[in-house]
Design a protein around this ligand. Structure first.
Ligand code: AMP
Length: 291
């Protein structure tokens, strides 16, 4: 069955209120996305389907989380295709507002994010997490009590959203979902569509580096320099530029000393050509990717 297409915050709120009012099995689950959906997003939608009686996916390319030199205008958009894919994943409603619906004239309030948002993406994309936290807070306020499913592909984003939800007492259960990869190991991303065939092949260096570090860790290696070095050895030859390759505390993203204990996250951001890609592996927790 085709999902209901909801265009305004008022429509979304009414649909979620009605679902909750219709009985205890009608719990609500939310899957926030920016569209151009791939199997990773759909895996989140199926997780939501397992958890709730009423599932809504949002499709919104959020302008406030893009910097001036980011790819906001050329970010891929395909609402019709997205709705068809979400229908197959069994979602009940798709929320696809316009920027003016989410940020009406006079809109002037932003969520100030804390320490977990400062390093890594926070350093390289100033203002990004303020935009993410603001739009997610708006979505949570419209939807109301729910479970919200986020991918661990955007590991720091998941921690930022968890911290915001905890600190603001938002009535939302945050669910983290494992990274979904292509058969050859590349983490699925809407931005992979920007890659030329040659860049797509080079991009595999990212997951190969993470896999090498994962194998070293499984074999007992605990030196931060050695583990980061294993990733760099694979990423440096293929990347046009590297923003970071870092092992950090898996819960707080605090910097680590010389020795890496579990859970620690190994996080990578680099450009292949002009396309910025991110990936990560939680050592001692995630299975070592096949790459
Ligand atoms: P985006 O549309 O890129 O903002 O992503 C929407 C949600 O899908 C976020 O929670 C992402 O972390 C998640 N996501 C994107 N790609 C993947 C992937 N390959 N595996 C798991 N989750 C993903």
């Amino acid at each position: 069955m085709s999902p209901r297409l909801l265009r305004t915050p008022a429509e979304l709120r009414a649909a979620c209120d009605a679902a909750r009012a219709s009985g205890s099995s009608r719990t609500v689950a939310l899957v926030p996305t920016m569209g151009a959906l791939h199997e990773g997003h759909l895996s989140l939608a199926r997780e939501a389907r397992r958890r709730a009686g009423f599932v809504v996916a949002s499709v919104f390319v959020n302008p406030t989380q893009f910097g001036p030199s980011d790819d906001f205008t050329r970010y891929p958009r395909d609402l019709d295709g997205d709705v068809n894919k979400l229908a197959a994943a069994g979602v009940d409603a798709v929320f696809a507002p316009s920027p003016g619906d989410m940020y009406p004239p006079g809109d002037d309030t932003r969520v100030r994010v804390g320490a977990v948002a400062a390093p890594l993406e926070g350093t390289h994309r100033p203002g990004h997490f303020e935009g993410v936290a603001t739009v997610v807070a708006k979505l949570f306020a419209i939807v109301g009590p729910c479970a919200a499913v986020f991918g661990r592909k955007d590991y720091q984003q998941l921690l930022v959203v968890r911290a915001m939800t905890r600190d603001l007492f938002l009535p939302v259960e945050i669910v983290g979902h494992p990274i979904v990869r292509e058969p050859d190991g590349l983490a699925m991303s809407s931005r992979n569509a920007y890659l030329s065939p040659e860049e797509r092949a080079r991009a595999l260096g990212i997951v190969r580096g993470l896999a090498a570090a994962g194998r070293l860790f499984a074999g007992g290696e605990r030196s931060r320099v050695a583990l980061e070095g294993a990733v760099r050895a694979s990423v440096e030859p293929i990347a046009t530029s590297i923003d970071y390759v870092e092992a950090r505390d898996g819960d707080t993203l605090a910097a680590l000393g010389d020795s890496v204990g579990a859970p620690a996250a190994l996080l990578v951001a680099c450009r292949v050509g002009t396309t910025r890609l991110i990936d990560n592996l939680v050592l001692g927790e995630d299975p070592v990717p096949v790459a």
